[in-house]
Design a protein. Structure first.
Ligand code: ZN
Length: 426
């Protein structure tokens, strides 16, 4: 661990004085690199939600641990949100819908999907997780065992999404992408982010992972983290929100159990899957203005019902076809049970916070589970092979099919929610 003084000293040596001296000794108000919230974007939601509905969504979805209440003042007229717990700095005021439910959206119009093309009319955005390629090492999403082919999560995600895209398109969807290749979406690079990395370390060192790096190494590690997590996801979010305007987004990943030091990655014999719907803000996240803003925006967008429908339908495919168990985050402090399906949990991730509209975040099998690892090593073969005692198609095909079948099933069995999410982008 490094003291603030040591970091400050290093920051000065590093020539980042301007950024440092601009920092005052008060709580950090924004997540790293976050854009300042534009509260006026929430004004179209004035008078659209009742107090009861608001409080239910807060409790069930967005604030299961009760961290938000100390920033709110609620009465019969509406709710006021404050920056601080002393409630001296107001951020936003929301007026309730007049009478109980009077201005809330009515039921979605009846819509009978074409059985041949159940996804007709849907614009679906695919977000293959991570960047991969030359960036896989710094993303810490790659490992290699002996002389085997390296496992690079960004590449597995993209391969799976390409098959998924074909399935969705042949069911009638228009498929759009946050990125399709191994180049970053953001124009920033880690070298551009050293001042922010130092500032971030100074302001928010508590509870932050501090690998045993040299001081310089620690700053570089933070600059890389800001690059591939904050800057990259923010750039993808701008694409989703300003250009693509999808009906919903699928973020697709492969998961992993911790694989230890890069020198000696080990295999496990446990694999789980999970689907994340947005929500479950922690008290430490709610300190930040931008987190409060996104909580309000997501709550008012009301995308949760769609996320839960999609998540539950995909989870059912995982269960039926793979028999794979869901993750259990009970007591984790950062994810809460959705109640819709044991496979679906609420979690506040950068992508599902910043992307507008419904986002379903899919975490597939563990890349370092013994059976999954062998399945990945077998590559994109034709037909079936015996994998872990069962005849299976290649893992990319099977994972894509589970997700596609879930999405299609959701639109076959009930109407599209075309009216619940209105894109109020300026
Ligand atoms: Zn991932």
């Amino acid at each position: 661990m490094f003291s603030r003084a040591a970091l400050l000293f290093l920051g000065i040596l590093g020539g980042a004085c301007a950024a440092l001296w601009a920092v005052e000794d008060k709580p950090f108000l924004f997540s790293p690199l976050a854009e300042p919230p534009e509260w006026r974007l929430l004004d179209p939601y004035q008078g659209t939600i009742t107090r009861r509905e608001f409080e239910q969504r807060v409790r069930r979805i967005f604030d299961p641990w009760g961290g938000l209440g100390k920033y709110l003042t609620t009465d019969d007229e509406g709710v006021r949100l404050f920056r601080d717990v002393a409630k001296t700095e107001p951020l936003f005021q929301l007026r309730w819908a007049g009478a109980e439910g009077s201005q809330e959206q009515g039921p979605a119009p009846l819509f009978f999907p074409d059985p041949e093309k159940p996804l007709q009319g849907q614009v679906i955005c695919l977000d293959p997780g991570h960047i991969g390629g030359d960036w896989a090492d710094i993303e810490e999403r790659t490992f290699r065992i002996g002389q085997d082919r390296p496992v690079v999560e960004g590449e597995l995600n993209l391969k799976t999404c390409r098959i998924l895209a074909e399935r969705l398109a042949s069911a009638g969807a228009k498929v759009v992408w946050t990125h399709d290749g191994f180049s970053p979406t953001t124009a920033l690079r880690p070298n551009d982010l050293y001042p922010e990395a130092i500032e971030y370390l100074l302001q928010d060192s508590n509870g932050r992972r501090a690998p045993r790096y040299s001081l310089n190494g620690l700053i570089r590690w933070n600059a890389e983290l800001l690059f591939y997590r904050s800057a990259e996801i923010q750039a993808r979010a701008r694409r989703v929100n300003e250009e693509l305007h999808p009906d919903f987004t699928i973020c697709l990943h492969y998961n992993a159990a911790p694989w230890g030091g890069s020198g000696r990655p080990g295999l496990t014999t446990k694999s789980r899957v999970v689907l994340f719907s947005h929500g479950a803000y922690t008290a430490s996240e709610l300190v930040y203005d931008d987190q409060k803003f996104h909580l309000f925006r997501k709550l008012l967008e009301n995308c949760t019902p769609e996320e839960l429908d999609l998540g539950a339908a995909i989870g059912q495919q995982f269960q039926k076809k793979w028999g794979i168990a869901p993750e259990n985050y009970e007591g984790s402090g950062y994810a809460s049970a959705s109640g819709a399906s044991p496979y679906v949990w609420h979690r506040n991730l950068i992508a599902n916070r910043l992307f507008r509209g419904p986002v379903i975040f899919v975490e597939g099998p563990y890349m370092n589970d013994r059976t999954t690892y062998g399945w990945i090593q077998a590559g994109e073969y034709e037909g079936t092979r015996n994998i872990g005692g069962r005849d299976r198609q290649n893992i990319f095909r099977e994972y894509a099919d589970r997700v596609a079948d879930g999405v299609i099933e959701r639109f076959r069995t009930h109407a599209a929610r075309s009216t619940t999410f209105t894109n109020y982008s300026p």
